[in-house]
Structure formats: C-alpha cells, structure tokens
Design a protein around this ligand. Structure first.
Ligand SMILES: C[S@@+](CC[C@H](N)C(=O)[O-])C[C@H]1O[C@@H](n2cnc3c(N)ncnc32)[C@H](O)[C@@H]1O
Length: 158
C-alpha cells in the first residue's frame, strides 16, 4: 500500500484519476483543487486559500468536492450554477443525495467498479471504500455523461 495515500486519508486530498476528467471534455473551472496540484483539472482553479465556495464560478465546472458533511454545499452550488459535472460517493440513500442529486441533477452516471484516487504527489492509491457517481447539472453535461465512453450506467433524471 502506498503510504503517502494513507497519510492523505481524512484530509480531502482524494484526487480524481485523470482518465475520468479526460473522458468528460474540457472544463473552465475546478473550484476545489489542491493547493499544490500534480496536474490541471480545468483552465482555472480555486483552492482552500481562496475558498472556492465563496467565489463566483464561471463556465463549465469540474467539481470533486471535499467529502463528508462538506459535500452538500458544493453540490448545491453546482445545481445553482447549472453547468457542472460533480464526482462523489454513490451514497444514494442519504438525505444529501436526495436533496442535491436525485431532486436537482439532470443525469447521473454510476461508475463500474471502484476508483483508485490519487495523492497530491500524483501517486495512485488503492481502491476507494465506496462506489462513485458522476453527476450532471445542465443538459449539455447530461449529454456528455451519456456519451463519455466510461464503463458504467447512465441515468437521465430530467
Ligand atoms: C476530493 S479533492 C478533489 C481535488 C480535485 N478537484 C480533483 O478532482 O482531483 C477535494 C479538494 O478540495 C480542496 N478544498 C477543500 N476545501 C476547499 C475550499 N474551501 N475551497 C477550495 N478547495 C477546497 C481540497 O484541498 C482538495 O484538494
């Protein structure tokens, strides 16, 4: 097991495998990015230093938000922005999932298998403890999820 990934656990630095973002086209903004990132995930990035939640989001947004109780606020901002794809754990029964995903998103894409997230040093970690889901806010993003070519199951919600 990679120990640098273990050290990252619990502090939100679970970076998206690059092939996922590449399958979804280019993004204008990642509002929740590491302070020192191993690669770009969008044309523009906000980190904890600027607090991406308080910033104005412009254009197409990629959002793999901080996990746990923080996630709802980020998904709520994605739904208000109406132009985002988010990635989070597929905890489909939770109040948060009902409020921010089932009731607001345009589409979801359940990823087959478990993702291996990366550390801020760009090192691949072990398989995640839960399944992941991509969430489209906005019709164009729903179409992109439908045609993304990743292994998984697409469901249109609106
Ligand atoms: C799950 S990681 C995803 C990182 C990156 N977006 C990606 O897709 O690989 C969540 C990121 O949010 C950052 N973060 C936490 N709170 C934040 C805040 N208030 N504003 C901006 N970024 C924040 C963390 O430092 C971490 O890098």
């Amino acid at each position: 097991m990679d120990t640098s990934f273990e050290r990252n656990k619990g502090i939100d630095e679970w970076l998206t495998p690059p092939y996922i973002i590449e399958a979804l086209g280019s993004f204008n903004m990642d509002p929740c990015s590491p302070v020192k990132r191993p690669w770009d995930t969008a044309k523009n990035h906000y980190t904890k230093k600027q607090n991406g939640l308080l910033q104005v989001w412009k254009g197409r947004v990629w959002c793999n938000p901080p996990y746990g109780t923080e996630t709802a606020k980020w998904l709520e901002k994605c739904s208000k922005h109406k132009n985002a794809i988010a990635l989070t754990f597929a905890r489909t029964e939770t109040k948060m999932f009902f409020e921010q995903v089932w009731n607001k998103a345009d589409a979801v894409f359940f990823i087959k298998g478990r993702l291996n997230f990366y550390t801020v040093k760009g090192i691949e970690g072990d398989s995640a403890g839960s399944p992941s889901v991509l969430i489209a806010y906005g019709k164009q993003n729903a179409r992109i999820l439908q045609k993304c070519g990743l292994e998984g199951k697409f469901i249109q919600l609106k």
